[in-house]
Ligand binder design. Structure first.
Ligand code: ADP
Ligand code: MG
Length: 399
């Protein structure tokens, strides 16, 4: 049987292999949205089970996932701008609050903006102001898959880099800061080059900084690719196709058989040699900002880009689950949250049941949305179920 074959036996048999003592991890227990998107004020009590959320288009499901995702670094599942988040008929400010609880200790998180400073995100952990949303990563980590990622294999390399970097960020919160430091040094160097590039000392300093952070970004990506490969080996035959990944990028490839310090030195020297080229091009032509993530569908033996839409979706789910599994194994007790927006509708009954079993055993707190209750009935009492209607949530039962 090939790696991609659907196992006809009970998919629940997979769960133990994927599990990582789910009981140890704290869970989000309460979520409060105030003037956020379509929600005026909503409080949701979560009991720690995975959450299924059903409702018609426009009922307010993705808004809930987005609110949760904002208790993390970055701009959330929609990569929204701050000015898109306040409720349209509201006062201008918005807030999302959450309580994390492991049965003994609790943590309170808050994120939002005030009406007086709508362009400044305020973050709080317990009663203390946090420097920024990156601080949440110390307390919980996210993975997600949303319909916006459906075209990942067809779009430009930038989207795939972001996808890869987001996966790396879930493993290592520092990855985001290092990427930003690289981008900043690169922008400053380009500005100097555009202005004539006469300050050699300053250029050398920026290039050294680009090399240090750029090699660290590439190393972080290689780490995640290796984890995905290892997760594939462990899970072996699954309900979802196995994705083999390869990194395309000068630094990523150089790191394959050379020490990081040597790659860094080499990249610094290359940047210096290429000042003229980069000035003419208007951008740095070499570096991790040019890399790509190649994904292969192992069972089909071809690039994801050449697979059907359905195959691509299944492959993406497989990729996210492999990463979730790797993260569950490496993140210790850190609470993990998995947001799966409109995934259920793409799966047949057997794969859906298999996915529920995987999620039960994974150790993540999973949130899944779908347009119809019937998509989730096989989850039964193992999931907490809410119906969304006109941006109000009502708890009900699946069984
Ligand atoms: N800032 C906002 N203020 C008010 N309503 C919004 C805002 N942003 C989005 N909406 C609305 O929220 C509703 C629910 O959206 P969404 O959560 O994406 O629905 P779905 O259940 O299909 O995922 C939509 O009608 C959308 O237009
Ligand atoms: Mg939606």
């Amino acid at each position: 049987m090939s790696q991609t074959a659907i196992r006809k036996s009970d998919a629940a048999a997979q769960a133990p292999a994927l599990g990582a003592s789910p009981a140890r991890r704290a869970k989000l227990r309460r979520l409060t949205l105030t003037d956020f998107r379509s929600y005026e004020r909503t409080e949701i009590e979560l009991d720690g089970r995975p959450v299924a959320l059903a409702g018609a288009n426009g009922a307010g499901k993705t808004n809930i996932l987005e609110a949760i995702s904002l208790i993390g670094p970055g701009r959330g599942v929609r990569t929204a701008r701050l000015d898109e988040l306040p409720r349209l008929d509201g006062p201008g400010g918005w807030a999302v609050a959450a309580r994390l609880d492991d049965g003994e200790d609790e943590r309170r998180f808050g994120v939002g903006v005030t009406t007086s400073k709508p362009d400044r995100r305020v973050c709080r952990i317990d009663d203390t102001a946090a420097a920024g949303p990156g601080a949440f990563s110390e307390h919980l980590r996210f993975l997600w898959l949303t319909p916006a990622q459906d075209r990942l294999f067809l779009e430009g390399a930038g989207e795939r880099r972001r996808f890869l970097d987001r996966m790396a960020l879930a493993h290592d919160p520092a990855h985001g800061k290092i990427s930003s430091a690289f981008e900043q040094a690169m922008r400053q160097r380009q500005r100097l080059l555009d202005e004539g590039g006469r300050d050699d000392e300053w250029l050398c300093a920026l290039e050294a900084q680009m090399a240090e952070t750029g090699v660290a970004v590439a190393a972080g990506r290689r780490h995640i690719a290796a984890m995905l490969a290892a997760a594939n080996v462990v899970s072996g035959e699954t309900l979802f196709p196995t994705a083999d990944v390869a990194l395309q990028g000068d630094l990523e490839i150089a790191l394959e058989n050379r020490k990081a310090a040597d790659v860094e030195e080499d990249y610094t020297a290359q940047l210096k040699c290429r000042r003229r080229l980069d000035t003419e091009a208007g951008r740095a032509l070499l570096g991790p900002h040019r890399s790509d993530l190649l994904v292969y569908h192992r069972g089909k033996g071809r690039l994801a880009r050449l697979c059907s839409t359905g195959e691509q979706k299944a492959l993406l789910i497989g990729l996210v689950l492999a990463n979730a599994q790797a993260l569950a194994a490496s993140a210790g007790n850190t609470p993990l949250i998995l947001l799966l927006d409109e995934i259920a509708a793409h799966l047949d009954e057997e794969r859906r049941a298999g996915l529920f079993s995987i999620l039960d055993g994974l150790g993540f707190q999973a949130f899944m949305t779908g347009t119809d209750k019937s998509l989730f009935t096989a989850w039964g009492d193992r999931a907490q179920y809410f119906e969304a209607c006109d941006s109000a949530l009502h708890e009900a039962t699946l069984s």
